[in-house]
Design a protein around this ligand. Structure first.
Ligand SMILES: [Zn+2]
Length: 133
């Protein structure tokens, strides 16, 4: 799949980025199936609600919520990796996520339907007018 989105990781629990850091437009809440590589080996698609700017194709991942969801998934699937380092690689087509959650998609299918992110950056604290929710 072609790279599709710009991903921002939001490390601030008090900033929700209801406005897009690029265009200042209103962001929407949308669920994404993020494809995550966890050390030492393994791909763990993790579905979380993100902020999303359609105009910019920007996905804002709330780090705390994402890590909680990832760790919960790892605790069930691979407890030894709960505290491992991870890298968010891209996003998975939601219909493939649905197949996976029924246990029918294999790793090759996941990779085929994963869109890498165009870029990935950690957000920094910005002007107060971007913080409202
Ligand atoms: Zn935008």
């Amino acid at each position: 799949m072609e790279p599709r989105y710009t991903c921002y990781l939001n490390p601030f629990v008090d900033l929700r980025f209801s406005r897009c850091p690029n265009c200042e437009g209103r962001t929407q809440i949308r669920r994404f199936a993020l494809v995550v590589h966890v050390d030492p080996v393994g791909i763990f698609p993790t579905r979380v609600s993100c902020r999303w700017c359609r105009a910019c194709s920007v996905v804002i991942v709330h780090q705390r919520e994402f890590e909680n969801t990832l760790k919960a998934g790892l605790a069930a699937a691979s407890p030894g990796q709960v505290d491992s380092n991870y890298v968010i690689i891209g996003s998975l087509e939601m219909r493939i996520w649905a197949r996976m959650s029924r246990g029918v998609a294999d790793l090759a299918t996941v990779r085929r339907w994963t869109s890498d992110f165009l870029s990935f950056a950690k957000l920094e604290r910005t002007a107060p007018d971007r913080t409202g929710d």
